[in-house]
Design a binder for this molecule. Structure first.
Ligand code: CMC
Length: 436
C-alpha cells in the first residue's frame, strides 16, 4: 500500500479532538482511509453494514471498475483472458500472479490432473444424502468433508499444505460436482480421465455412462471452459469475504472453502443463475414474450418483492463484461446444438432490451450480470438447473483459494472481528420466573 501525501481529518461537532487519518493509494481505484487507530484514539467505531464503503483488505488479485464495466485478473482484461487462455492458465494466473510459460502450464496441468480422483470413501459419505438433496447442500458437505480425508493439507499456516490444498481443491471440485449429479440421477460415478482437458473431463464425468464411449464436443468444451474463466474470481464478493473471514480463524482450507460454497448458494449471489432460469421459465409459462411488460411492472412495484434476476450488481454500474462474453457463448452453443430458436434465449434478449431502455433500470444503473445468460448456456449443455450454482462454485474455488492464501501470506492479517452498534437492552436484572 502506498501512503498518500493527503490526510483525512475527522472532526466532531461536540468539540472532541479531531483526528488525522492516513490515506493509501492503490494501483487503480479509490484511495482508502485507514481507520485502524480510530477506536484506540476516539473510542468510536465506524458503521457500514453491507460494506458499502469499506475495504476489508488489500489485494493484488482481481480489480473491477464498476463504472467502466471492466474486470481484470492480475491486470489482464477478462475479454483477453476469455479469448486467449484456458481455465487452468487462468487458475495459474490467479494463484501465482503471472500467466504460465509453456513449461509451467504443462507442469501445472500435470499437478492438477494427478489429483482429480477423490478418496473412494467419499462415495460412501455421499450415499448418506437424500437423492433429491440440493446439489449445493451436498457440495457444502463434500467440500467440508475433504478436511476429514486429506489430513496432510489442513495446516493453513504451512505453505506446502496450502499449495497442495489449492491443487486438490481445483482438481477435485469437478469430480465432486459430477458425483453429486450422478448420485441424484442414480447413475454410476464416472472416474476422471486425465488425458482430457479440465472442462472436457468434467463433461465426461457428468454425461458419460459405462455403457458407451463419450465424445467431448469441442464447442461445448470451450463454452464450459469460458464459464469457468468468467466465474474464477471477483474481488471481495460475499463468498470470497466469507472464505477470508472463515480462514482468518486459522481453520483448514477445506473448511474455509466449504463456507464459501454455503455463502454462494444464496439467490443474491451465485444462486442467481438458478433463480434467473426459473424466472425465465415462469415468464414463459405466463405467456412468454407477450407477458414481459406485465412482468416488468411487477419488478418495478417494490411491494411485489419480485426482482429481475440476473440484473444489477453492487459494483457494476455498467454492463457486466462477463455478461457480454456469456451472451456471445450463448449464441455459439445454441447454434452448435441447433437451438437458435430457443424460446428462453429469445425471452432473455427481450427482457434485456426492455430493461436497458426502461427508466427504472436506467436510473438505478441496473445492467445484466453474468448470471443472466449463463443459465441458458448451461441448460443447453444439459446441466440441470439445480446444479448451476455448483458449477459456479467449481469455477470460483480457485478465486477463493487464491484470496485465502493471499490473506494468510499478508503480514498484517488478523482474525476478522467486526464491531457493532449495540441498540438492544442495556444491562438489567433477571427476575425470578414467578415475577415475570
Ligand atoms: N430487479 C429490480 N430492482 C433491482 C434489482 C433487480 N434485479 N437489483 C437492484 N434493484 C433496485 C433495488 O430495489 C434498489 O432500488 P431503490 O434504490 O429504489 O431502493 C436499487 O436497484 C439498488 O439496489 P440494491 O439492492 O441497493 O443494490 P445492492 O448492491 O445491494 O444489490 C444485487 C446488488 C446483485 C444483490 C441486486 O442487484 C440483486 O438482487 N440482483 C438480482 C440477483 C442477481 O442477479 N444476483 C447476481 C449478482 S452477479 C453474480 C454474483 O456475483 O454472484
Amino acid at each position: 500500500m502506498t501512503p498518500s501525501d493527503v490526510k483525512a481529518t475527522l472532526s466532531f461537532s461536540d468539540g472532541s479532538p479531531s483526528m488525522d487519518l492516513p490515506l493509501y493509494k492503490g494501483t487503480v481505484g479509490p484511495d482508502v482511509i485507514d481507520i485502524r487507530k480510530l477506536y484506540g484514539q476516539t473510542g468510536k467505531f465506524t458503521y457500514d453494514p453491507g460494506f458499502l464503503s469499506t475495504a476489508s483488505c488489500n489485494s493484488t488479485i482481481t480489480y473491477i471498475d464498476g463504472d467502466k464495466g471492466e474486470l481484470l485478473y492480475r491486470g489482464y482484461p477478462i475479454e483477453q483472458l476469455a479469448v486467449n487462455c484456458d481455465y487452468l492458465e487462468t487458475c495459474y494466473l490467479l494463484l501465482y500472479g503471472e500467466l504460465p510459460t509453456p513449461t509451467q502450464k504443462a507442469d501445472f496441468e500435470d499437478r492438477v490432473t494427478n489429483h482429480t480422483m477423490v478418496n473412494e470413501q467419499m462415495q460412501f459419505f455421499l450415499r448418506g444424502f437424500r437423492r433429491d438433496a440440493h446439489p449445493m447442500a451436498v457440495l457444502t458437505g463434500l467440500v467440508g468433508a475433504m478436511s476429514a480425508f486429506y489430513h496432510d493439507s489442513t495446516d493453513i499456516n504451512n505453505p506446502e499444505h496450502r499449495e497442495i490444498a489449492a491443487i486438490r481443491l481445483i482438481a477435485k471440485m469437478p469430480t465432486l460436482v459430477a458425483m453429486a449429479y450422478k448420485y441424484t440421477v442414480g447413475q454410476p460415478y464416472i472416474y476422471p480421465k486425465n488425458d482430457l482437458s479440465y472442462s472436457g473431463n468434467f463433461l465426461r464425468m457428468m454425461f458419460a455412462t459405462p455403457c458407451e464411449e463419450y465424445k467431448v464436443n469441442p464447442v461445448i468444451e470451450r463454452a464450459l471452459d469460458r464459464i469457468f474463466i468468467l466465474h474464477a474470481d471477483h474481488e471481495q464478493n460475499a463468498s470470497t469475504s466469507t472464505v477470508r473471514l472463515c480462514g482468518s480463524s486459522g481453520t483448514n482450507p477445506f473448511a474455509a472453502i466449504a463456507a464459501g460454497v454455503a455463502c454462494l448458494w444464496g439467490p443474491s449471489h451465485g444462486g442467481a443463475n438458478e433463480a434467473c432460469l426459473n424466472m425465465l421459465g415462469d415468464i414463459q409459462k405466463m405467456g412468454g414474450v407477450a407477458k414481459v411488460g406485465e412482468f416488468m411492472n411487477q419488478v418495478k412495484d417494490k411491494s411485489s418483492g419480485v426482482k429481475l434476476m440476473g440484473f444489477g450488481h453492487r459494483v457494476y454500474k455498467n454492463y457486466d463484461p462477463r455478461a457480454k462474453l456469456m451472451r456471445e457463448t450463448c449464441h455459439e452453443v445454441l447454434n452448435e446444438l441447433g437451438l437458435q430458436n430457443d424460446p428462453l434465449f429469445k425471452l432473455a434478449m427481450e427482457l434485456e432490451k426492455i430493461a436497458l431502455e426502461d427508466e427504472y433500470f436506467v436510473a438505478r444503473k441496473l445492467y445484466p450480470n453474468v448470471d443472466f445468460y449463463s443459465g441458458i448456456v448451461q441448460r443447453a449443455i444439459g446441466i440441470p438447473v439445480p446444479l448451476f450454482t455448483a458449477i459456479f462454485a467449481l469455477a470460483r474455488t480457485v478465486g477463493w483459494i487464491a484470496q485465502l492464501n493471499e490473506m494468510i501470506g499478508d503480514p498484517e492479517y488478523k482474525i476478522g472481528r467486526p464491531r457493532q452498534l449495540f441498540v438492544g437492552a442495556a444491562a438489567r436484572d433477571v427476575k425470578p420466573l414467578s415475577q415475570r
